[in-house]
Design a protein around this ligand. Structure first.
Ligand SMILES: CC(C)(COP(=O)(O)OP(=O)(O)OC[C@H]1O[C@@H](n2cnc3c(N)ncnc32)[C@H](O)[C@@H]1OP(=O)(O)O)[C@@H](O)C(=O)NCCC(=O)NCCS
Length: 184
């Protein structure tokens, strides 16, 4: 993909992070450690170090270059603060043209419609420049907020997978949803 990987919405700048911006990621991870913990895999200590953040960013840039995944961050319009993140991961091309979408945002930025604003633009980007036909997003049944968000975005339920992802050290059931490109 030759286009720059970035989007602007009324309240957000959305793009990949550069290695020199590792401090933004570290601050976000530290501030939201407890908030994100129930919805994420167990993290090792390097997740909360500057070096660990640099490694995450480097791996993300390499994934985007090789069309394996796109780990976007949501920044304040001046780029000075990280408010959330989402990733198009597990890219499969060919007859599938699909990926998984994962997301999370800062506790202080919840409840303002910012994730909806980001993902609404991102899904259009996924069906446009990134050329996906299917974006899949899955959530734990008790994650009502996430379920409501996906419903508003037009994701449809496709199934229920038992013991699907290891979240906070436990294999958790997930509701499976997807949004499918209607044209092309
Ligand atoms: C899931 C998550 C991203 C949802 O965040 P969110 O802020 O609720 O999502 P939205 O951007 O859709 O915002 C909707 C909320 O903003 C409110 N809102 C305020 N202004 C709004 C506006 N201009 N437009 C739309 N909604 C607005 C809505 O009323 C709604 O609030 P409510 O849920 O209290 O009714 C967030 O809770 C999160 O990061 N959770 C932890 C990680 C996680 O669960 N990740 C997903 C794993 S599957």
């Amino acid at each position: 993909m030759s286009e720059p990987v970035r989007m602007r919405t009324p309240r957000l700048l959305i793009r990949l992070l550069d290695i020199e911006e590792a401090e933004l990621l570290l601050r976000y991870r530290m501030e939201n450690r407890e908030h994100l913990r129930p919805w994420e895999p167990l993290r090792n200590t390097s997740h909360y170090t500057l070096d660990g953040c640099r490694q995450t960013i480097e791996a993300g840039l390499e994934a985007a270059r090789s069309d394996r995944g796109f780990p976007f961050v949501m920044l304040s319009p001046d780029g000075g603060e990280m408010l959330g993140s989402f990733t198009f991961a597990n890219v499969v091309r060919g007859v599938f043209q699909a990926c998984h979408l994962g997301y999370g945002m800062a506790r202080k930025s919840e409840g303002q419609g910012l994730m909806f604003e980001a993902l609404d633009a991102a899904v259009r980007y996924a069906f446009g420049p990134l050329d996906f036909h299917r974006v899949m997003a899955n959530y734990m049944p008790r994650n009502d907020r996430s379920g409501r968000l996906l419903e508003r975005l037009g994701f449809e339920k496709e199934g229920y997978a038992k013991r699907y992802l290891k979240i906070e050290g436990l294999w958790e059931d997930h509701v499976l949803t997807a949004k499918i490109r209607t044209q092309g």
